[in-house]
Design a binder for this molecule. Structure first.
Ligand code: ADP
Length: 576
């Protein structure tokens, strides 16, 4: 198969050469043979013509013996057999036999012709000498009639000998020519098929994906044009292929960037394409080629896809995948009979909804107690019992209501997403000094020491000064509320590219189990203690929102009974 074309062309040439060689051999042999025979016959004829006068003389003299002796003498000399025959066929003389013993020759073809006045010629097997012979019969004409026939004959084996010499010569020449022709045809076949082989190899490389393949022919025939066209073709193919790859990558990027889980199923319901987010719904990488019911184990999802396929139009449905609430949207692809499914994880939305509900319940709950106390106090006032204790209850609970509402307002304000309204260069040290000044009397009253540790050159951040102050107030307030003896320190400093604010106390501390929850709204560890201290459970939520609004982090370390440290890290301003 590999060199089929070469073998075909070369094989054809070989056959042609052999045929021509054989034909020319056969033709030349027959031509040469007949040429020799004709030449020999002609020379026999002229030989006979030369003998005619002597034969005529002997005949005229009626000297039969003399005639026979004459032919017997001349035959060997001339290298031919001579016979003189009377018109009736009787042999009068013969150079090789006794004429008396020879049969009548009247019906030999050459004799017959000669008797009729023409030169007769014949070629046949002679039983007399037992060899193939060439005969020429000449009429000896006297006064218009044939007096006798002089016949010369020659062994054809003589011609064969001549031919045999020639044959080897011719055969050799033909062989040499055939060899030359074969070499030429082999070269010609190679020349003709080498570009085909090159093109085939190049095409194979292109089929294997090597589009940089090019062919170059130095010849000036159609193959050169074919090579040029081949190169143009691969170049265009390369361009198209790169385009396709780029488009595919773009598509993969776009699909990968979609946060919803996206999957495409073909007409059989097998997965053709999925983005990485889709893996959230399948529990591991979804394998291409698997059926949709194998990939997502959810009755709702399977029903959604089945209906989309049956109705040939898109749908939307809510269902669960495991524990997850999911919103699924499908579109039907008419062209491929396929389905595109987009799955949206509703967990976060549900969580926020839940939080909102909880919040409303919590707020109502927090407001209910002071309101109930207030309405009771008002009732006693109405009953005329306006003692000092009732007024005190009224005052404390009104304050508490005020504190809750204020904290709620702050929280609402800080929860507003987006950047803080003011971004100014703020010196944190200045703010901290102000807050400490504000709290100092209360610390003194409780017998606690309060100190500030800060670098002398100040700490500047780009921030909202009012919110930074609020955050410090809440942290220092908590330190005051939950510390019974010892000291509270506010430490400022730099760490990496960040400004660090720390509020450290020697208070009651927080048990590890509670630490993750204290930043939640209304969450307090010890309700009565918090309330006694005037807490609302919103202070740390506000801190967290302020810190996150500034792109910072807040964390807590605590040892129950020993103390607590809150650490806030804010990105420093470029000039800080
Ligand atoms: P509260 O208004 O009750 O202080 P916060 O949101 O400020 O509410 O704090 C939530 C809870 O975290 C508090 O009730 C308290 O139990 C705990 N907590 C906060 N700060 C400290 C602290 N410095 N030491 C001990 N516990 C604290």
């Amino acid at each position: 198969m590999k060199r089929a074309i070469f073998l075909k062309i070369f094989g054809g040439c070989v056959l042609l050469i052999l045929l021509i060689g054989a034909l020319s051999l056969a033709f030349s042999f027959t031509l040469i043979r007949s040429h020799y025979e004709r030449a020999e016959a002609r020379s026999l004829e002229s030989l006979g013509q030369a003998l005619l006068p002597d034969v005529e003389t002997h005949l005229d003299a009626g000297d039969a013996e003399g005639l026979d002796a004459y032919v017997k003498r001349m035959g060997p000399r001339l290298g031919a057999r001579l016979t003189v025959i009377a018109p009736d066929g009787e042999v009068l003389a013969d150079s090789e036999k006794d004429p008396a013993t020879m049969e009548n020759h009247r019906y030999r073809p050459e004799v017959q012709d000669a008797v009729e006045g023409r030169v007769g010629r014949s070629e046949r097997f002679s039983y007399t000498v037992e060899a193939r012979m060439l005969y020429v019969g000449l009429p000896l004409v006297q006064e218009g009639r044939v007096r006798a026939v002089v016949r010369q004959s020659l062994y054809l084996s003589y011609i064969e000998e001549l031919l045999a010499d020639l044959k080897t010569g011719i055969l050799r020449a033909v062989l040499v020519m055939a060899l030359l022709a074969l070499t030429a045809s082999a070269l010609f076949s190679l020349h003709l098929t080498s570009p085909i082989r090159l093109l085939t190899q190049a095409a194979r490389r292109v089929a294997d994906g090597n589009f940089a393949t090019r062919v170059h022919f130095r010849r000036r025939d159609e193959f050169r044009l074919l090579g040029e066209k081949f190169n143009e073709m691969t170049e265009r193919l390369e361009g198209l292929f790169n385009d396709v790859i780029k488009k595919k990558e773009e598509l993969a990027n776009v699909i990968g960037a979609i946060r919803e889980g996206l999957a495409v199923f073909d007409g059989d319901g097998r997965l053709r394409l999925a983005n990485s987010s889709f893996a959230v719904f399948t529990g591991g990488e979804p394998a291409e080629g698997r059926y949709y019911w194998e990939i997502v184990r959810s009755a709702g999802f399977q029903d959604l896809i089945a209906r989309t396929r049956a109705e040939r139009k898109g749908r939307t449905a809510e269902f669960r995948v495991g524990e997850k609430p999911v919103l699924g949207t499908t579109s039907f692809l008419d062209l491929q009979d396929g389905v595109v499914a987009v799955l949206h994880d509703l967990s976060e939305i549900r969580r926020i909804e839940h939080m909102k509900r909880d919040f409303v319940v919590n707020v109502s709950h927090e407001l209910r107690t002071p309101l109930a106390v207030l309405s009771g106090a008002i009732e006693s006032l109405e009953d005329g019992a306006a003692d000092h204790a009732t007024v005190d209850i009224l005052r404390r609970h009104t304050e508490r209501l005020k504190a809750i509402v204020e904290d709620l307002l702050k929280l609402a304000e800080f929860e507003d997403r987006g950047l803080p309204p003011v971004r100014a260069s703020v010196d944190v040290r200045e703010i901290a000094e102000g807050v400490l000044e504000m709290f100092r009397p209360r610390f003194l009253a409780k017998g606690l020491s309060l100190r500030l540790e800060a670098p002398d050159d100040g700490l500047v951040v780009k921030a909202d000064p009012y919110r930074i102050e609020q955050m410090l107030i809440n942290l220092v307030d908590n330190a005051l509320k939950y510390t019974e003896g010892g000291a509270v320190a506010v430490k400022l400093g730099r760490e990496g590219g960040q400004t660090v604010l720390e509020v450290v106390d020697t208070g009651i501390g927080i048990v590890p189990a509670e630490m993750s929850r204290i930043f939640e709204r209304f969450y307090v560890v010890d309700k009565s203690r918090s309330r006694r201290a005037g807490g609302t459970g919103l202070g740390l939520s506000i801190v967290k929102h302020i810190v996150e609004g500034h792109g910072g982090t807040v964390e807590v370390r605590s040892v129950p009974g020993e103390g607590t440290a809150f650490t806030v890290r804010l990105p420093s301003s470029p000039d800080g």
